[in-house]
Design a binder for this molecule. Structure first.
Ligand code: ZN
Length: 96
């Protein structure tokens, strides 16, 4: 008659807010590392911060698309842009 015991009785209902606070304070640094954010143990523990990180990663990915700081080479972008703006002339350019 103790079905409720399957849910661990000692699970903390309130996470220490300081954990979240200090974790989020570290986020900018964690994002800078390769191993960084997603492997952080706090995320396994805290759905709120996991969701937050997912949002931030999405935003960061979008921001990189908008602001290509690690632009591989201007030629690549020129090729992309000309391919986008002149899709029909593509075959004309391939003379080499
Ligand atoms: Zn948290």
């Amino acid at each position: 008659m103790n079905a409720a015991n399957k849910i661990s009785p000692n699970a903390p209902k309130q996470r220490a807010e300081q954990d979240c606070h200090s974790f989020q304070a570290q986020l900018p640094e964690l994002f800078d590392t390769d191993t960084g954010v997603t492997g952080h143990p706090h995320l396994a523990d805290c759905k709120d911060c996991a969701a937050l990180v997912r949002d931030l990663e999405y935003i960061a990915a979008q921001a990189k698309l908008l602001l290509p700081l690690h632009d591989p080479s201007p030629t690549v972008w020129n090729n992309i842009q000309s391919a986008l703006s002149h899709p029909d002339e593509d075959s004309n350019h391939k003379n080499a």
